[in-house]
Unconditional design. Structure first.
Length: 286
């Protein structure tokens, strides 16, 4: 049987806490230039490639916060940070030597500075067309969401970025993450009727995505709620057909098989074929 030495565990925890205090003091002794580079790099992630460093050099790194750093100056700073064991070289870039070190540099930034840097990084990524970059941009923008709250165009922009991030997650079959992004986008548009008044077509399309993702994740009641949300505001034939199709799909999981059979018959009359055995992936393909 396993035996756990409580005192030993507590002792290890105390060592870890002492190490954290020592780390904090060590960071404070760094020159401002190296400290600024590392805390800004920490927002890029635990790992960062040479290409990422090159791409963000002119936007994020400043020498004593006055004037932009030259490449050779940045390289010298990274070498200094490596010698101090804050980061280490990898095959294609650098990484922090420990997750506590990574988090420590994030913590020494105040909220205003952190949000400003998240915005800088987000705008850098969002310029690239690939969905993975839209996904990364959404992560950073959502960390600075207050900057978009008072601007209608800004809210629309952020909602669309979250929608693209959701599409990326869906393409990777990360449906729960896809739903999180799409709900974040809808929340940015506004609450209740506000989101529909702000941008009807976008809100409708994103709510349809919610219905689809909720079905894929197995929450038929949440799918129905999203359906009703759409139908309460969009009375077009297309919206009705899609809502009906989703509703019948949800009935596939109902204990009442007769309801499902009736639903299939209605859809067949409308020319909408339903497979014999419905799975979430059938719904995804449709």
């Amino acid at each position: 049987a396993w035996l756990f030495d409580v005192h030993s565990i507590q002792k290890r925890t105390m060592i870890a806490e002492s190490l954290a205090q020592l780390l904090s003091k060590k960071i404070n002794f760094l020159d401002n230039n190296t400290k600024n580079v590392l805390k800004r790099l920490s927002l890029l992630g635990y790992f960062f490639t040479d290409k990422m460093i090159s791409d963000f050099c002119s936007d994020l790194y400043y020498e004593d916060d006055i004037g932009k750093m030259e490449d050779h100056s940045l390289q010298a700073t990274l070498e200094k940070a490596t010698e101090a064991n804050f980061i280490e070289k990898t095959r294609d870039g650098y990484q922090f030597t420990h997750d506590k070190i990574h988090r420590s540099f994030q913590k020494i930034m105040d909220k205003t500075e952190k949000e400003k840097l998240h915005l800088m990084i987000g705008y850098k990524f969002v310029e690239r067309p690939n969905l993975i970059f839209q996904y990364t941009a959404a992560i950073h923008f959502n960390c600075a969401i207050s900057h978009f709250s008072d601007d209608v165009e800004g809210r629309h922009f952020l909602a669309k970025v979250n929608w693209k991030a959701s599409s990326y997650c869906e393409s990777r079959y990360a449906f729960a993450d896809a739903l999180t992004f799409i709900r974040q986008g809808l929340e940015v548009l506004g609450k209740g009727d506000e989101k529909w008044l702000a941008n009807f077509e976008l809100a409708c399309a994103m709510t349809e995505s919610v219905a689809k993702l909720e079905f894929i994740l197995g929450d038929s009641e949440a799918c129905r709620r999203a359906n009703r949300d759409i139908l309460n505001r969009d009375s077009s034939e297309k919206a009705k057909d899609l809502a009906l199709f989703r509703e019948v799909n949800c009935l596939a999981f109902s204990e009442d098989s007769n309801m499902y059979a009736v639903g299939k018959e209605i859809l067949n009359k409308l020319g909408m074929c339903v497979p014999q055995i419905i799975t979430p992936l059938h719904f995804l393909r449709n």
